[in-house]
Design a protein around this ligand. Structure first.
Ligand code: ADP
Ligand code: ADP
Length: 234
């Protein structure tokens, strides 16, 4: 069950002056239920690759097929609609809407999708249970810790029932305890709901939690391995 199939994708910045091959002829295949870490030195192309498979940026060559749809051939407005229904995003800096409560942040996308009230309520409560924040649903982001905000961001990413969740350095702004907690929740969602995650990270302890690790160097995939955990987490 293929979720992402990217063929020969390249992304070149500054083609007219000093070209930077941020992504250089990459192939990437991701199946449903994967829990994959994208690693590599700073500047290796992780953000660029995630932006491409998330449909936030377009490759200069190659094709990206998500759940059977070639997103590289979609028009801008079609792409926005496709992202809304198919891809969940988690960002480094949480990016919750400050004037909305945690619940409203999660519910927002379901309103855009015109999900009926009863179904919305059911799904919101289920998501807040999964992230362990049922008692904080009505708090605004400033009333939550960074770790809690990022857990809400995960719930928001899942609210649209996307094909996969993409997270660019989700633990970069969290202390170790909050980072572990976030990974526990993501791993639990992956195990129990078969949610597909791909996340970039620099954090060795986060890498250890992945089932598959893809390494980028200078815009190319240099390693792609099933992860062997160094320590045993529950
Ligand atoms: P990473 O996320 O692994 O740090 P990036 O995808 O951000 O890597 O960057 C890959 C390469 O592309 C780097 O050499 C970076 O300097 C370059 N780059 C990224 N964004 C731009 C841009 N908007 N314009 C020009 N060069 C860019
Ligand atoms: P967590 O359970 O995610 O580790 P903490 O132990 O950091 O949360 O926070 C304990 C409580 O203090 C939380 O319920 C949260 O509401 C509040 N809190 C923590 N950090 C902040 C913050 N930066 N701003 C506002 N409230 C915070």
């Amino acid at each position: 069950n293929t979720v992402i199939d990217a063929h020969n994708i390249s992304r070149v910045y500054n083609p007219e002056t000093i070209p930077v091959y941020a992504i250089n002829n990459v192939h990437l295949h991701l199946e449903k239920g994967e829990f994959t870490a994208l690693v590599g030195p700073s500047g290796s192309g992780k953000t660029t690759l995630l932006n491409l498979i998330g449909g936030l940026d377009k490759p200069d060559s190659g094709h990206i097929i998500i759940g059977g749809t070639d997103i590289t051939s979609l028009r801008a407005n079609e792409l926005i609609n496709f992202r809304l229904h198919n891809i969940g995003f988690v960002f480094q800096s949480f990016n919750l809407i400050p004037v909305l409560t945690a619940r409203e942040n999660v519910e927002f996308i379901m309103l855009l999708q015109k999900v009926k009230r009863k179904e919305r309520d059911k799904r919101v409560i289920q998501l807040f249970k999964q992230i362990g924040l049922e008692d904080k649903m009505n708090n605004r982001p400033v009333q939550l810790s960074g770790g809690q905000q990022q857990r809400v961001a995960v719930a928001r990413a899942l609210a649209s029932k996307p094909q996969f969740v993409l997270a660019d350095e989700p633990t970069a702004n969290l202390d170790s305890a909050a980072a572990f907690n976030l990974l526990d929740i993501m791993a639990k969602l992956n195990k129990e709901e078969n949610t597909t995650f791909i996340f970039s990270t620099h954090d060795q302890r986060v890498i250890e939690r992945a089932k598959r690790v893809i390494t980028l160097v200078d815009g190319k995939i240099t390693a792609d391995t099933a992860a062997v955990p160094l320590t045993n987490h529950k």
